[in-house]
Design a protein around this ligand. Structure first.
Ligand code: ZN
Length: 285
């Protein structure tokens, strides 16, 4: 009888120990989940002019750039950072190669569109925001200033960096109560997931810090297009404020657990620098 009791006590201790990590989120930031992060490639833009990405690059230089979304899982959530694109007009205009729809690409991780609980949109450009309505249950997280700067009160284009269909779609999602507008810099929008502004790729573009078992991963999206931006301290070419962009990139380095855990928005070498987890998928840690 005594040994049964002891076994029971050990079981309870083990159970408590095992259960502790999954309780993350109830007790505030200290108990935040440690998320798993994957970069998922849904296509390529071939021979992209480098000068559009790296300020001052030679006019003749070009490179193949990756089209990516990032999947963050933990604490019962399946979160996308950016949503890719799928509308036919973008296919015709940009002719992506090796393309699959973003929800098909994340299928390699066993995720169905309806499994996605949240989508953090870094900025309103077509290649990052257009796919937001592919995920029927997801809540969208977008900076309030970004929304209000680019979209009118009737869902039309206010500033031309946003595509008309993306503006209309985002307006519709907001009317349906599915858009959470984030109020500025350094906001913890979910336990262990914070967003930061200042990259100035667009008016209020944001980047994302995620708590993982390796420490904080920073998903820069287009606030840093390529590793070359980060490693040579060169502003992205498409920025409203180069000084602010460089300051944001320097800040990413203070937030990330190590420099290699800052993930740029379009660099194809993400898929050679990190371990392959599945087709088109790299595990970020
Ligand atoms: Zn982009």
């Amino acid at each position: 009888m005594r040994s049964v009791n002891r076994a029971l006590r050990v079981c309870m201790l083990l159970a408590a120990g095992c259960a502790a990590p999954s309780l993350g989120g109830r007790g505030g930031p200290a108990a935040a989940p440690r998320y798993e992060v994957h970069a998922v490639r849904f296509g390529t833009l071939a021979k992209f002019p480098k000068r559009s990405l790296i300020a001052g690059a030679p006019a003749a230089d070009s490179l193949d750039i990756a089209l990516m979304v990032w999947v963050v899982r933990g604490g019962g959530r399946t979160i996308l950072v950016d949503a890719g694109f799928y509308r036919e007009k973008f296919m015709r205009q940009w002719k992506p190669v090796d393309y699959v729809k973003p929800f098909e690409a994340i299928g390699a991780l066993g995720i169905k569109p309806e499994d996605v609980t949240d989508i953090v949109i870094s900025h309103i450009h077509w290649d990052h925001a257009d796919g937001a309505d592919l995920f029927p249950r997801a809540k969208i997280w977008l900076q309030k200033e970004e929304y209000e700067y680019y979209i009118t009160d009737s869902g039309t284009v206010k500033q031309r960096a946003i595509d008309a269909d993306v503006a209309k779609m985002m307006f519709g999602l907001k009317a349906a109560g599915r858009v959470n507008l984030v109020n500025g810099d350094a906001q913890e929008i979910m336990p262990g997931i914070s967003v930061y502004t200042g990259g100035k790729h667009t008016f209020a573009s944001q980047f994302v810090g995620v708590a993982t078992r390796s420490g904080t991963v920073v998903l820069a999206s287009d606030n840093a297009y390529l590793y070359e931006n980060l490693e040579k301290h060169i502003a992205i070419n498409q920025t409203l404020d180069a000084a602010s962009n460089l300051a944001a990139q320097a800040r990413m380095a203070t937030l990330a657990a190590k420099p290699g855990l800052i993930v740029p928005g379009h660099d194809a070498t993400v898929f050679t620098r990190f371990p392959v987890a599945a087709k088109r998928v790299a595990r970020i840690d």
